[in-house]
Every structure is written in C-alpha cells, then in structure tokens.
Design a binder for this molecule. Sequence first.
Ligand SMILES: Cc1ncc(COP(=O)(O)O)c(C=O)c1O
Length: 437
Amino acid sequence: MTLTRNHDIPDADFFGRSTPEELTENFGSPLYVYNENILRARCRALKALSADPGFKVCYSTKANGNPHLLRIIREEGLAADAMSPGEIAVLRRAGFPRKDICYVCNNVSRDELALACREADHVSVDSVSQMESFGQVNPGGEIMIRVNPGIGAGHHDKVITAGKNTKFGIVPDDFDAARDVLRKYRLTLIGLNQHVGSLFMDPKPYLDAAAWLLRTAERFPGIRLIDFGGGFGIPYRRHEGEKAPNMRAFGQKFDALLDAFRARTDYAGAFLIEPGRYVTAECSVLLGRVHAVKNNGPVRYVGTDIGFNVLVRPVMYDAFHEVVVYGRQGGGAPGPERPGGESCFPAAYVQERPLMTQTIVGNICETGDVSARDRELPEAAVGDVVGVLDAGAYGQAMSSNYNQRLRPAEVLIAADGSCRLIRRRDTVEDLLAVYPE
Ligand SMILES: Cc1ncc(COP(=O)(O)O)c(C=O)c1O
C-alpha cells in the first residue's frame, strides 16, 4: 500500500531535507508548507504559453499573498493583479513596482479607486456605476473596464464569474452607457479585461471567451491592454487519473488567436492573463495533526487541527483535496524513510497500516467542518501528521480566526532543500490587539 504521487518535476522532493513530522515539531501545526521549485516551475509554464512579445502573466495575488512567495513569483518575471489595498501592500513589500501591478476591482469606494490610481499601472472597474466613481476621482484619466462575455466557466457556481448569474462585468447592452461615462469624465479607455471563472480543465470555454474578447476589442479601437483573466485549473484528483491541463496544446491555440488578432488589426498593445491557482496551488501541502479518532455508526472520524478556519475550500465549494496520512516518527508506525527522490511526500511511514474508509474533520464547532469525506486511507492514529495536498491557492489566503483560532504559520522549502518560516502563526495577542480596551 505504498502511496505515491509523482510531481512532474523529476527529483523534486517536496519537503527537502525535512520530514512532515520535523516540520510540525519545529514550526507547529497546522502548517502550510511550500516548495520553491514547484512554484518556479508553474510560473515558467505560464510564461511559456505565448511567444507574443506583448504577452504578460499577472499573478492573481488573491490566491496567495505571502510576500515571500510573491518575491519568487516576481523573480520569475511575472507581474501581478491586485484587488484590494492590502494586496497592493503585500505586492509592494515583495518589491513589485507600480508598473507591474494591475488593479481589477469590484464595488469599491472612491477612496479606494483613488489609491489604486496612484499605486497601480492601470485600474479596471466592472460596472457603469463604478466608472462614474472612477470619473469623479480621476477625471481625464485612463481606465480599463471588465466586460462580461456571457460565457462562464468554473468548478462551482460560486466561482463562475461571467454569464447571467454573476455580479461581475459590464454586459454588451451597457456599452453605450459606458461610452457616455467615458465622454462625461473625459476618460480614455485603455483596455478590456474579463475573467470567466475559476478552475477550468477543459480549455474550450476560456478560448471561446478569449475569442469573444478579441472580437469585442475591435469595437474599441485605441486600447492597449487586453486581459483574458485567470482560471487555469490543476488536477486536484490527479491520483484518480485526472490529467493536468495540457499547457502546450492550450498555448498553441491561445497563441494562434493572438496572432490572428494582430494580423487582422493594427493592435500594438499587450495581452495579459491573471492566473492565481495555477501558480500557487500545487506547491503547497497543508500539514496537520490527528488529535482524536472515533467511530460514529459506520463512519470513522479522524479529528485533526485542520478546521475550516485553516482551509475553507472543502466546506465552501465542496472542493476535493487529496489527503495523506504521514504517520509519525518513532510512534506505532515505521520510521521516516523516504521512498525515493521524486515523490512529493514520504509515505513510507504508514505502509504497515490497514487501509480503511475515514472522514477527516477539524476542530471547529460546526458539523460541516469536514475537509475530506469517506477516503480510503491508512488507519490514522492519534499523533499522526496528515497532509492536505495542493493547498497553496485559496488556502492560507482564505483562512480566518473563526472560533478565535489562530491562522497557521507558513514555511518555505527552498530550492536547496532547507526550510524557513515565511509567516508566523497568529498569537492570542494578535487576536486581542484589534479590540479597544
Ligand atoms: C478578476 C480575477 N482574476 C483572476 C482570478 C484568479 O483566478 P484563478 O485563481 O482561478 O486563476 C480571479 C479569481 O477569482 C479573479 O476574480
């Protein structure tokens, strides 16, 4: 029953010179662990999508805004998209210059728009009403608008961000009203963007939406930015045979669209994409510890410190994350031998355990606090370390202090296999600091 999960980076040993047990011993549990090599590889795969000289990858900071990871992403030559003053602050901390920050926001105050105009290269708003606000704070300025192509895509209704059932974007019926606002405030429209949804595995809806955006761009001569959004999926169910998206094949089709557009127009501007998940999801394993096991009827519950305040995706979107039982050093299970270079997790610990169906739950006071239901896993025991895979996007970034729990620390496994803290765990003092005496 050896568990293996081969990352597509040969010889990448996910935890470097540490074991999951050592990491949780040294840095506490739960703990987000990131692998630098995988992060860099994902950045490079995205940059290779197009050979167009105006092609730019803007990492979507919302997926994970740790400045240490952002610094690596910047070193790889990516720009960034921000959607809040806090995201601008972490990007600045990571060294992103103004020219490499685009602001793609939704329903924000005039003060925020004014700040974004100062701090970002360009600002995209997504309603005629927000165009009015923009015009009031920045008359005569340059503006980008987010359009709704009417085509959505994504893994869950909650992340489909185009089409009829979404708050996002300006629909074509409102284009005349949008032009009126441009005139009223002497605004120059510099670009169009869209984001049709998150986590597509089939590239067709993205490519269809991209083709639509390019056709729409022809109605707005003079623009210099066309931004197709993010949404690139990763195979969360890889172990069940789910295939990673074929980025090369996608890139060829995408590039062909861009080439054809340049050929039929005199467009001299840039083409942008805004991927978040694809960049950071796969480079992280969330480690936690088992504190209780019990049976309730037919269900065996494994009680961990990974509550939905730590990772909300399973509860919020019914999202699937593979779970691994690493076991523990020196306990009832065999020692921490590594099964070989390319495995992203040393699963040798638990080889002697029987497989059984188990449900992994957390320590939050809600019945819905389930991170993985009915999984065939080696029998987990109190004290074991467990890992939730592909946790790097919308993991720590969506964590909270619900139940007054502390958001976890983050550790980076550097390219040389060493590890270092890149975010400390919250403290109780942090929780109390926000309340006036
Ligand atoms: C405007 C915009 N751009 C980019 C993204 C990143 O999406 P993903 O992480 O799926 O690539 C999002 C996600 O919500 C978004 O709303």
